[in-house]
Design a protein around this ligand. Structure first.
Ligand code: ZN
Length: 295
């Protein structure tokens, strides 16, 4: 294979996915629950060492992590998970112990959603696109943006999950589940919000349930706001909640009607799509980011 052998981690709040490979064809994975930082990091290193004994040394590592995270290579806390509400993980150095254990190879460190966006561009639903958005709707909501062919950063990374959204209290009196903002996008439309509002596993709600009217309305508002801000060519919507496939046509319809032809966007089926890499977008994106370190 032309591409180098590299390592990747998709660091999630509930599970870690570690992988070694050249690309989607030969990726070898291990998945385990996210426990304490010490245990989870050493388990990741054990996996990499075991695979390296069989396949040879990896040349770089890419980590796509839950956040907030310090993704600025110039920062003294680059590679850290910052002030996360997740117990034990606040201000944890995730990058350097793993980089050190792998002979100090180059480290790419990104948010999970930026990594997923990058994976979709390399191998999935955003091939050859320079301007697109990846949004995951799961336990939380996160968004990664690629603009002019580059992952968007600024003072930190984008936090599209916490956008302010129109809400009609007479239809939806739920106060929202976000510990920081209450009824931001994540507080209204994440899997956590659905579970709290309806006291039921969202996957058990019927297709006709009011939950999906609200869900598609909130996600459509977010998509419209991001469209008006960044002018992307495509939205890729992943995460557990988006396994409810009936949401796609509902969201497309609301986006189209609320944009009211003010701007031209691609036809709805091409504008708002599921991930091409499914649940592997994050780990494959981390692999692609590792390979980019060697270019
Ligand atoms: Zn929030």
């Amino acid at each position: 294979m032309d591409s180098p052998l590299v390592a990747a981690i998709e660091a999630g709040g509930t599970k870690f996915v570690c992988a070694v490979g050249h690309g989607p064809e030969d990726i070898e994975e291990a998945r385990f629950p996210t426990t304490s930082p010490e245990k989870t990091i050493s388990r990741s290193i054990e996996f990499f060492n075991e695979v390296q004994e069989r396949k040879g040394k990896v040349k770089a590592i890419g980590i796509g992590t839950f956040g907030p995270a310090d993704v600025n290579p110039e920062s003294s806390t680059f590679g850290y998970i910052k002030n996360t509400p997740k117990a034990d993980w606040s201000n944890t150095d995730l990058g350097s112990p793993i980089k050190a254990a792998l002979d100090d190879i180059p480290l790419a460190f990104e948010t999970d959603v930026n990594a997923a966006a990058w994976g979709e561009r390399q191998w999935g639903a955003a091939k050859d696109l320079n301007d697109f958005i990846y949004i995951t709707v799961g336990t939380g909501i996160g968004g990664g943006a690629v603009s002019n062919g580059k992952i968007v950063h600024g003072i930190s990374h984008p936090e599209m999950g916490h956008l302010r959204i129109n809400k009609d209290d007479s239809v939806d009196p739920f106060e929202g589940s976000c510990p920081f903002h209450g009824d931001c996008l994540e507080g209204l439309a994440s899997g956590t919000a659905l579970q709290q509002r309806w006291s039921q596993d969202p996957s058990e709600l019927s297709v006709e349930h009011l939950a999906w009217e609200l869900e598609s309305s909130y996600l459509a508002d977010a998509i419209i706001n991001i469209t008006l801000t960044l002018s992307p060519e495509r939205f890729i919507l992943g995460g557990g909640v988006m396994d409810q496939k009936h949401l796609f046509p509902m969201i497309r319809e609301r986006v189209t009607s609320r944009l009211a032809k003010y701007i031209d966007v691609p036809e709805p089926e091409k504008f708002i799509v599921p991930p091409g890499l499914g649940a592997q977008a994050g780990v494959l994106g981390s692999l692609a980011l590792a390979q980019d370190m060697l270019k």
